[in-house]
Design a protein. Sequence first.
Length: 202
Amino acid sequence: MIKTFFSIISFLLVGVTLHGQSLKAVQQIEGIPPKVAYRAIAHDGTGNLYVATSVDVFMIPSNSNQAQPMSVGDQIVDVDWSNDYGLIMLSKDGSITFTSTGKIIKVDAGTGATCMDVSKSMIWVGTNNGVSTVSIPQEKIVDQYTTDDGVLKSNEITFIQSDPYGNRWIGSKAGVVRIDGKKWKLYEEKQAVTAITSISEG
């Protein structure tokens, strides 16, 4: 469940390995219109890529460099892959769509959903009004976190990402929070943090 954000029109993958899975070298992706905003990218267990853009979500098969539009529209802000639930898409209005079943769970996103992070049984959804956690089996919101809870310094969430060590990171317009189990710790409180990555060194 790795997500990478692109701000370029076409991209190159040269011998990339994601979670132990090699992806073939691709010179240029065809079929995505020029001058679109790339919002999110996810991959499944067979190497297919799913790219959310400002015009549609595109599936790029592992054996091709031809992007195929999924015809879901321009409202998808994030995509993620779950081995248990398949492709999961988050819309600006807070709708979480499970493409394998067509099931939709609605999160009250207030002024808009911005990002998500999918784990085995939970989806963490970032909005412009804090963070909601959604139980996949129960199909409902189980918790909501805002600045009123004391750790977040901004309700405008820019990203949510898990690292290989089991920590979850929540970026906002005022810092980034690391969640280690039940402990929340704020970093860079005076900075807007829009992305994070982890490397083998930590």
